[in-house]
Design a protein around this ligand. Structure first.
Ligand code: TYM
Length: 327
């Protein structure tokens, strides 16, 4: 079976963008691929975190993945830091990646705001992400559109490594959805919905009460026209709502646009559809939250499965670059 790997940071709260752009695909992929999903707690360290909150969020995100429909009997859910092979491979790959290509990464530029006080970890972030992926010989990496550049870099690093040291890594493909690959901020639809950048009214959280979701959709920024048309460039606000409605109903955004003559109606139906779409996740999460020991057990078993695969690839990479075997 082809293999899938993807990851999510345990920082802030999981939002609609994460669910629509990534997690939704993971749930579908688990049945057709050997799947590994990683809560990337080491990536979270690249920005300042409260230690207690990081621990709590790591379990919360794992719980939300389960609530979203990931089946721990089918896929592995694990914490990145429980598999130390990630950091070791990251070091090896950081000696293959170049400063120039890391400097060009948009996420680094945005989060560091070109300031010297950004952590060195933030600079090396995409290399650790490449290690996450290459360790598992992943064929497919389901991600939102914002992570595409990091995936391209991962492919470049893998190809360079393979050319320099002989074939060692599978070169992965990005899997970016057709609809909902970039959920936009509800208050500024020219920007992505983001844990670190969106204000509370620009973002819908997965565990948010239905009334609050509805309020935010109804207050979403659109434009000064009145025509409902799917046109992400000219009408980003309306198109974002159409994409959310499309994801929730399974219809195409262009077909949906033809059914509406007012923004009010579109917002009302989008809010209702979204609430229904997310209801099973919220309900299941309430049950899972009552079983923290089970979530911890899932994470532990996930790490065991992941390590069994990761250690084989790491040994191959160590040998390829000429590190002395330790026995
Ligand atoms: P993170 O934690 O920011 O986001 C997790 C996933 O959610 C997607 N996403 C979105 N999709 C659509 N619209 C949005 N507004 C939106 N915001 C976020 C992201 O694209 C991502 O797929 N670097 C990664 C985590 C990571 C990773 C990996 C991913 C670490 N190692 C290996 C894949 C493979 C990140 O920060 O995701």
């Amino acid at each position: 079976m082809p293999r899938v790997l993807s990851g999510i940071r345990p920082t802030g709260d999981v939002h609609l963008g994460n669910y629509v752009g990534a997690i939704r695909q993971w749930v579908a992929d688990q049945h057709t691929h050997e799947s590994l999903y990683c809560v990337v707690d080491l990536h979270a360290l690249t920005e300042r975190q409260s230690p207690a909150e990081l621990r709590e969020k790591t379990c919360e995100v794992a719980g939300l993945l389960l609530a979203s429909g990931l089946d721990p009997e089918v896929c592995a859910i694990f914490a990145q830091s429980h598999v130390p092979e990630h950091t070791e491979l990251s070091w090896i790959l950081s000696c293959v990646a170049t400063v120039g290509e890391l400097r060009r990464m948009t996420q680094f530029k945005t989060l560091s705001e070109d300031s010297d006080s950004a952590s060195a970890g933030l600079f090396g972030y995409p290399v650790l992400m490449a290690a996450d992926i290459l360790l598992y010989d992943a064929d497919r990496v389901p991600i939102g559109r914002d992570q595409r550049q990091h995936l391209e870099l991962c492919r470049d690093i893998a190809n360079r490594f393979n050319n320099r040291f002989g074939h060692t890594f599978t070169v992965p493909d990005a899997a970016v959805g057709q609809v909902g690959a970039m959920v936009m901020d509800l208050q500024d639809p020219t920007k992505k919905m983001s844990k670190s950048r969106s204000g509370p009214s620009g973002m819908i959280l997965l565990l948010e009460p239905p009334e609050s979701m509805t309020r935010k959709i109804k207050r979403a920024v659109t434009d000064n026209e009145s025509e409902v048309r799917y046109d992400p460039l000219e009408k980003p606000g309306v198109s974002n709502l159409l994409e959310l409605l499309a994801v929730s109903t399974g219809d195409a955004p262009t077909a949906l646009a033809e059914r509406y003559t007012s923004y009010g109606e579109l917002k009302s139906d989008t809010a209702q559809a979204l609430v229904e779409f997310l209801r099973p996740v919220t309900q299941r999460y309430q049950e899972i939250r009552a079983e923290p020991a089970w979530v911890e057990e899932v994470i532990r078993r996930g790490a065991d499965r992941a390590r069994a695969l990761a250690s084989v690839t790491l040994t191959r990479a160590r040998e390829a670059v000429g590190l002395l075997p330790y026995k």
